[in-house]
Design a protein around this ligand. Structure first.
Ligand code: JD8
Length: 251
């Protein structure tokens, strides 16, 4: 079973998100083991201080190394040496579905969350085995990135999501965007559900969905097509869609 340790100064924020949703239920059912560590529990001073002024001066505060080192010692004592120690940081490599797949296959992962101006670089140098970022925007700390990564990783652990087939079909697993989804009513405020979906013809529905996935990917994320798993029929569909677009019959 995958064991994840999350180290943070905001344990309640992380635990709150584990109280709901697919990942929270998986933890509740014992399919996934998540331990949240309050970094302040690893301080040794009366005021449980986790930050200090930056050497060299400048604005803001930097997270002290000692509590992170003490937390990692405790994690190693309790659960053994982790297979990966991820430092969430805006300087990290972009976290992708590939990273989620790789990390989900490990037995034991630690996610380190910083705040303020970031962590003392010796945490990165000595404790982290990798540095990952969820995207090019500025956040206030590493908790949301850690929760994003945990969600993406946990979904790939067998038994976390009920329907294994749906996980395998997911966009970035497959390399294509999803086809559009509809539910009842069949007609709503003048917008109708595509009739093929009401037809009961399963083979036709599957063809229509594949074509819509290809159309959307071509329109919105053509960069994904290079790495997508496509068969000859897909390639024929793409040629046809390109032709339609040229004629102006498609966006
Ligand atoms: C960790 C501190 C805030 C970072 C000053 C205010 C990831 N994609 C991402 N965006 N932001 C983060 C992230 C931000 C963090 C920390 C992750 C720890 N901050 C600091 C340096 C500059 N800001 C992230 N993953």
């Amino acid at each position: 079973m995958l064991k994840v340790h999350i180290v943070t100064i905001f344990p309640e924020m992380v635990k709150a998100s584990l109280a709901e949703g697919v990942v929270g239920r998986a933890v509740g059912r014992g399919v996934l083991d998540v331990t949240v560590h309050d970094l302040r529990d690893y301080t040794t001073d009366r005021h449980r201080v986790v930050d200090d002024v930056p050497f060299g001066g400048g604005p803001g505060m930097v997270m002290k190394p000692e509590p992170f080192f003490a937390a990692m010692d405790a994690i190693r004592e309790r659960s053994g040496t982790p297979a990966a120690v991820v430092l969430t940081t805006p300087d990290g490599a972009r976290f992708t579905h590939r990273d989620a797949e790789r990390l989900s296959a490990l037995p034991h992962v630690v996610l380190l969350c910083g705040r303020y101006e970031g962590v003392d670089d010796r945490v990165r140098q000595t404790l982290a085995t990798e540095e990952l970022s969820i995207g090019d925007y500025v956040l206030s700390g590493g908790e949301l990135p850690a929760l994003v990564m945990l969600d993406a990783i946990a979904r790939l652990v067998p038994g976390v999501v009920g329907d294994e087939a749906s996980v395998a079909r997911d966009t970035f697993a497959q390399g294509l965007l999803d086809f559009p989804q509809f539910t009842r009513p069949a007609s709503y405020r003048g917008a109708d559900v595509p009739p093929v979906l009401l037809s009961g013809h399963h083979a036709e529905i599957a063809r229509w969905r594949r074509r819509e996935a290809l159309r959307r990917t071509l329109e919105r994320r053509p960069d994904l097509l290079a790495a997508a798993a496509l068969d000859d029929e897909d390639r024929a569909t793409l040629r046809e869609l390109e032709e339609l677009r040229q004629k102006g019959a498609l966006k």
